[in-house]
Design a protein around this ligand. Structure first.
Ligand SMILES: [Zn+2]
Length: 491
């Protein structure tokens, strides 16, 4: 067997001012054929798992380009077209192949392309013809368009959020691909439109039990090859935004459709109960002050660069200043210009500085004041599980008693080590303000006396009922209350 594999992925928050070009891919991951490292990033596990499968089977794996950019705003048109054409040309050169196995994200939007993955999959289908297997692993924060479903044989999405299972799901993808190529199964994909958009952390109920149930069905029912919840991505203002349920069965479309519908309606029935409880900045700061022990972690959960925002909001900082809090540290506020000024001033300098809130409305106002530069680190990194996450040249400044880390590479706050590398002992602070929605929890919960999920300002379109969508459909909850009941008098 000859199998072609490649990856092209990013998550586009169409409301974000941070646009993406080729350099952004190069900064995160750009690997020409054969240059992909041994360990995968979020959307490239089909390549690394594919290497193992090909080695075991004695099959030939032809690697195309793998490219991943950290979540941000719109992708430059030329950048997308160049990367797409690069992969499509590599595939053409590799023909004939028996299968194409891709790593995608599913929420990439480029200038002029609202459905980049649909565009790529349709072009690939045209090249390989109707009989060659085409499948992909995707992130559930995806838009599942009809064009994609028509082009591919089947999809497998990550089940967990945080996405701890991207390697396991790539193994599912390959297992089904191998079984198909060896003639044991015939995958068909059935989709149910849940007509909703929500946030579904699997680290808490009710989503935990729902995902466990999906895995139990996969185990118990031989007809069911894979079940996926496509959570949808509410920060992508595209026509087919929303939550979908997928059932991949062994040739049993009717059963798949019934199962996808039943599970999708079950998911819909619990709408509005999946998200963690959120409080505003006023209440978060008051509760943190009232706590008897520290550190209280305030997660500025929607100014999360992992969701494509700039990560430069000052709303929580302004509330700390207004409350007269001094025993607090903030990690981080993205401001490359301010970092450059601090670098020029040097450690120990006391300087006038404007920092933060420069990128977008709804993120507070820039802070103006005299700050002391405490510590400067070039190419700073924090721990992230087994590896490290860079946050660029960084400055630890002190302003009115509050320790603040300014950084120059956008990064969400994965780990308390982001404070220690900048000379701040996170355990010694009463209050820690961080920028992350969910991924911070595993590491920060080990040192926190309390965790507060704070929705401050409007850096991210986190309330679909109020988001000023221009392109997204309007026939979904919570934009309308009951999308599954047909309107009286409707045809
Ligand atoms: Zn995701």
């Amino acid at each position: 067997m000859r199998i072609f594999t490649a990856a092209l992925a990013t998550e586009t928050n169409t409301f974000s001012p941070i646009c993406i070009d080729k350099r952004a891919f190069e900064a995160s991951l750009y690997a020409p054929p054969g240059a992909h490292p041994e360990t995968p990033t979020l959307c490239t596990a089909p390549i690394t798992v594919g290497r193992q499968v090909a080695a075991e089977k004695g099959w030939q794996l032809i690697e195309g380009t793998a490219a991943w950019a950290d979540p941000a705003g719109l992708v430059n048109r030329q950048t997308y077209e160049d990367l797409r054409d690069e992969i499509v040309d590599q595939l053409r050169a590799a023909l004939p192949v028996d299968a194409v196995v891709l790593g995608l994200h599913g929420a990439m939007v480029a200038d002029g392309y609202e459905d980049t993955e649909g565009d790529l999959l349709a072009r690939i289908r045209e090249i390989i013809g109707p009989d060659v297997l085409l499948c992909a692993e995707l992130d559930p924060h995806s838009h599942l368009t009809d064009k994609r479903v028509a082009a591919a044989d089947f999809f497998v999405f990550f089940k967990e959020f945080p996405h701890t299972d991207f390697v396991d799901r790539a193994k599912d993808l390959w297992r089904i691909a191998v079984d198909t190529l060896e003639g044991r199964v015939k995958p068909v994909m059935s989709v149910f439109d849940c007509r909703m958009i929500d946030v579904f952390p699997t680290s808490r109920e009710p989503m935990r039990s729902f995902v466990d149930k999906l895995m139990q069905i996969e185990k118990d029912d031989a007809d069911v090859l894979s079940l996926s919840v496509v959570h949808g991505f509410m920060a992508g203002d595209v026509p087919e935004m929303g939550t979908k349920m997928i059932a991949v069965t062994d040739g049993n479309r009717e059963k798949g459709q019934a199962l996808a519908s039943a599970l999708g309606l079950e998911l819909f029935a619990k709408r509005g109960t999946y998200r963690m409880p959120e409080i505003d900045e006023r209440r978060a700061v008051a509760e943190a002050i009232a706590a008897t022990a520290g550190p209280v972690v305030i997660a500025d959960m929607w100014d999360n660069p992992g969701g494509g925002t700039a990560g430069d909001a000052t709303v929580v900082l302004e509330e700390l200043l207004a409350s007269g809090v001094a025993d607090a540290a903030i990690g981080t506020i993205w401001d490359p210009m301010a970092v450059q000024i601090c670098m020029a001033a040097g450690e120990g300098a006391e300087i006038p500085l404007r920092f933060g809130a420069k990128s977008a409305p709804g993120t507070g106002s820039p802070i103006d004041g005299t700050v002391r530069v405490i510590k400067l680190v070039r190419n700073a990194e924090m721990r992230f599980g087994e590896s490290f996450a860079p946050f660029g040249d960084a400055a630890h400044i002190c302003y009115r008693g509050i320790d603040i880390i300014l950084n120059s590479t956008r990064a969400q706050s994965f780990d308390p080590s982001l404070f220690s590398v900048m000379g701040i002992d996170p355990r010694s602070k009463k209050i820690l303000v961080i920028k992350s929605t969910n991924h911070f929890f595993a590491s920060f919960s080990k040192i926190a006396s309390k965790i507060l999920y704070c929705s401050a300002g409007t850096p991210y379109p986190n309330d679909p009922a109020k988001t000023p969508y221009r392109r997204a459909r309007r026939d979904i909850w919570p934009i309308i209350a009951d999308p599954h009941t047909p309107k009286r008098g409707a045809a």
